[in-house]
Write a protein that binds this ligand. Structure first.
Ligand SMILES: Nc1ncnc2c1ncn2[C@@H]1O[C@H](COP(=O)(O)OP(=O)(O)OP(=O)(O)O)[C@@H](O)[C@H]1O
Ligand SMILES: [Mg+2]
Length: 467
């Protein structure tokens, strides 16, 4: 488990040393700073769990630091150090949102008690927030990559940083974009989505930045663009990989300068917009082939949220199936409870190239064909039923998706076997990784290969080494 990090701010070197030493002995990682300004920097640099601060410090004092933490890191508890006998300031600190206070000179036990309690509260609030992120936006999934994504959302949602969401089609990019907005202080303001792929290239500029009356034929009135409409809120540029190079330049400028003009307009406009972008393209490859500007990419990719394809988080499939059965039961006013064992095995083995969107559609379709309480094999779409002939299913339904290639005229048996072996290898590796929470060392043990060769294989197979 990660060591909890404590930020200690105190201008007295001796006191700082004593505090740091004691906290380190109690099992915390300590960042000790000499004034409030340094404390603000440390807060940005480290994943601080608890702040302990003196009241009187040069530059930024303890109360100001408290106010900063309360607004920018509301779930980080602050413990105030107060001189013995100054109850008034302690009370005021508590009113302003301090978690607790300790009095100088320190009592070891009192300090330890306060810090432990604060760290524990912080942990609980983080856990709640994660559950909340999951619950409120109906983000289903408890696989390790999804848990990490919830953490990133929670961490970056309420910052102005641009987020680039990547992942194959149907992995949930739009849902994540909405979750980021809802989880931010901008939630009461507009969330404006622009599907860059759906707007003709020559209209994109006026869509994004608006236009003035007479700017072009048909511009009989002036009209604000999506940037203006998203003022104070979030602008979601979906399918960003599709925008033409000429627009990429204009977009970059708008992002960098935080200002733009309407088409045909002379007034420079400024808006306060948080940008989230998404794409199912590999932008680095697009850059290499000259279709996407590198500078724009770096401007967008401040924070990256990568959604893995469903086949790399097969442990989420049962939860998703359950979720969509419940959802469509309610929507279609039906009482379907689940799947027969055989049907479930086929669903678990399916490669889900269309990811969650495909799974959602398949479940809805099954429900339409099923009239009992359970979805059976005949209710499944043909491409899933065909999987039944490919063998390898076991009754526990834990077999990962595996589709055998068809031996075609060109390839022949050898090629088909090679391809099938590669697929099987990938499945087994993913399963071992999932079993061990993507712990490469453990997974290597399970697979009885060295950690190094597992890493090499993961690289070859395009699996991310998260550790
Ligand atoms: N984690 C999830 N839990 C529950 N439902 C999900 C999840 N992720 C995606 N979905 C659902 O799957 C469908 C597809 O999601 P979404 O439209 O966000 O995908 P996308 O990545 O934007 O796809 P595309 O690239 O094709 O636009 C939606 O109906 C969404 O509600
Ligand atoms: Mg989408």
């Amino acid at each position: 488990m990660r060591m909890k990090q404590i930020l200690v701010a105190d201008d007295e070197p001796n006191l700082r040393r004593v505090l740091a030493a004691q906290l380190a002995r109690d099992g915390y990682e300590v960042h000790a700073v000499a004034d409030g300004a340094e404390a603000l920097e440390a807060l940005e640099e480290h994943h601080v769990d608890v702040v302990i601060t003196d009241l009187r410090m040069p530059k930024v004092d303890g109360m100001q630091l408290l106010a900063h933490v309360a607004t920018h890191h509301p779930d980080v508890p602050v413990i105030m150090i107060t001189a013995h006998g100054t109850v008034d300031t302690a009370v005021e600190a508590l009113k302003l949102g301090a978690f607790d206070y300790v009095t100088k000179p320190f009592d070891r036990e009192e300090l330890k008690h306060a810090v432990d309690k604060a760290a524990r509260t912080r942990e609980l609030s983080q856990r709640d927030a994660r559950v909340e992120v999951r619950g409120r936006y109906q983000l289903i999934g408890q696989s390790r990559p999804m848990l990490e994504i919830y953490e990133v959302i929670e961490r970056v949602a309420d910052t102005p940083s641009t987020v680039l969401i990547t992942g194959e089609s149907g992995t949930g990019k739009e849902l994540i974009a909405r979750a980021l907005h809802e989880q931010s202080g901008r939630r009461a303001e507009p969330f404006i989505r622009v599907n860059c792929a759906a707007i003709p290239p020559d209209l994109l500029e006026s869509e994004l930045f608006g236009y003035e009356k007479g700017a072009f034929t048909g511009a009989v009135t002036s009209k604000p663009g999506r940037f203006e409409l998203a003022h104070r809120g979030t602008l979601f540029l979906d399918e960003i990989g599709e925008i033409p190079p000429s627009m990429q330049v204009k977009l970059l400028r708008a992002l960098q300068e935080q200002e733009f003009e309407r088409v045909g307009g002379i007034k420079t406009l400024q808006v306060d917009v948080r940008l989230v972008a998404a794409t199912n393209r590999d932008l680095e490859q697009e850059i290499a082939s000259g279709r996407f500007r590198e500078d724009l990419y770096y401007r967008l990719n401040v924070v990256n949220v990568h959604l893995p394809p469903l086949r790399d988080r097969t442990s989420d499939i049962p939860l998703l199936l359950e979720h969509f059965v419940a959802k469509f039961s309610a929507k279609l006013k039906r009482e379907v409870r689940g799947f027969s064992d055989e049907a479930r095995v086929l669903l678990l083995r399916h490669p889900w190239r269309g990811n969650i969107r495909e799974l959602e559609n398949v479940v809805e379709r099954c429900m339409l064909f099923c009239d009992g309480e359970h979805i059976e094999v005949p209710h499944l779409p043909a491409e899933l039923r065909r999987g039944a002939e490919n063998g390898l299913a076991t009754p526990d339904g834990l077999v990962a998706p595996l589709e055998l290639p068809i031996v075609s005229d060109g390839a022949g048996l050898k090629e088909a076997v090679r391809e099938a072996t590669a697929k099987l290898e990938r499945e087994l590796i993913v399963r071992a990784l999932e079993q061990t929470g993507w712990n490469v060392t453990h997974a290597a043990k399970v697979l009885k290969i060295s950690r190094k060769s597992l890493q090499t294989k993961m690289k070859e197979l395009g699996l991310r080494d998260e550790g």
